[in-house]
Design a protein around this ligand. Structure first.
Ligand code: AOF
Ligand code: ZN
Length: 363
């Protein structure tokens, strides 16, 4: 490992520790080294707060002069909620800037590097580039498309069942796997389900992680059939947003609004327009969504190419039964050429279960 990689790894670790706390801003870490000593460390803590480099520069003070700053993301060039970090680096008299990856934000992309180079500072880009890009997969999509990064999650038997044919589902996966899944709720800004899941399970959809953050509960409900006494409406534990269609009953909408629920109507009748749901969530700065189905919602989202990442917890069990529900319903692929391929896959053991992660490649 080179010393550049060593310091960049430290910056990455610090950034990673803030997962779930900075959105919709990226995870960013920074380390300043002078004369072989670390003189400043910083990470971006929350949107609206100082950027990683600013924290590190403040810690280093005069010791930054003549040193090298490591940043996991290109220093910014714009006057946003905070000042341009590239200019702060120039002011502080750094000699060299090592960057993991360019900022995909169109207002920054390359402009930060240009400010630094124009000031005569040596700039190196690409140290731990893959790691940094992966860490910010949510931000990278959101800042370019203005739509949230969507993770579809399910826990099933090896044969893909999420319940028995009598709809018994507690529990398929182990406690370890379910605990791991609660971290996903903590990391995502919103959790999305269909109204049928509410009717069948009446879930809370909160995070059972110590000091965890509850995601906004998003329910797709084309006819506003959700019962007023369901937990997501009445428990007050987190915000609930319901997406419905133009046809849905006005009176029911009023009853829901009176309970503090936000109701959004997408254009047209029939099914909720999922693309519009993502546009509205993006406008409201919801950069990440965890989808916990069921199978019809999963199929509809996949059909619209709206799922960015798939996480499946497989319990080493076989449930069987033609009518037992699976995590992916709908019509399914017609021919092998229509089958959805997942790339960049990995598998991890969690207790007695297997956690599979993959990224859909849409044609
Ligand atoms: C950095 N270091 O630590 C972060 C950066 O609203 P603002 O002013 O905080 O600007 C947010 C944008 O700044 C964000 O979209 C991204 O392009 C960049 N974030 N940049 O150099 C940081 N958090
Ligand atoms: Zn900045």
């Amino acid at each position: 490992m080179t010393s550049d990689e060593f310091y960049m790894d430290l910056a990455l670790q610090n950034a990673q520790a803030l997962k779930g706390q900075t959105d919709p801003n990226p995870l960013v870490g920074s380390v300043i080294v002078n004369d072989g000593r670390i003189v400043g460390i910083g990470a971006h803590l929350q949107a609206g707060g100082p950027h990683a480099e600013i924290h590190a520069l403040r810690m280093a003070g005069e010791k930054a002069r003549g040193g090298t700053i490591y940043v996991t993301l290109e220093p910014c060039s714009h006057h946003g909620r905070t000042g341009p970090c590239a200019e702060a680096i120039v002011q502080a008299g750094l000699k060299k800037v090592v960057i993991a990856t360019l900022d995909p934000n169109p207002v920054v992309k390359g402009n930060g590097v240009a400010i630094l180079e124009n000031a005569g500072i040596e700039v190196a880009v690409g140290i731990r580039e893959q790691e940094s890009r992966k860490m910010n997969e949510v931000f990278n999509k959101f800042i370019v498309t203005k739509r949230p990064f969507v993770t579809m999650k399910a826990g099933s038997s090896l044969d893909g069942k999420i319940a028995t044919h009598t709809f018994e589902s507690k529990w398929i996966t182990s406690e370890d796997a379910r605990r791991d899944a609660h971290f996903l709720r903590n990391e995502n800004m919103a959790i999305l389900v269909g109204a049928n899941t509410i009717l069948k399970d009446n879930p809370e959809l909160t995070t059972r992680v110590p000091n965890g953050r509850n995601p906004i509960r998003v329910v797709l409900d084309s006819t506003l059939k959700i019962p007023l006494d369901s937990k997501v409406i009445s428990d007050g534990l987190a915000e609930t947003w319901i997406f419905t269609t133009e046809d849905a009953d006005q009176e029911k909408e009023k009853l829901l609004s009176d309970q503090g629920v936000s109701v959004y109507r997408t254009a047209g009748s029939g099914k909720v327009d999922l693309g519009e749901v993502m546009d509205i969530l993006g406008e409201k700065l919801v950069s990440s969504v965890l989808v916990e189905g069921g199978g019809t919602v999963h199929a509809n989202l996949i059909e619209k190419k709206l799922v960015d990442k798939v996480i499946l917890y497989f319990a080493p069990k076989l449930i069987g039964g033609q009518s037992a529900p699976t995590f992916l319903e709908g019509n399914g692929a017609e021919s092998m050429s229509d089958v959805l391929d997942l790339a960049d896959t990995s598998i991890e053991r969690i207790g007695r279960d297997f956690k599979f992660t993959g990224y859909p490649i849409y044609n």
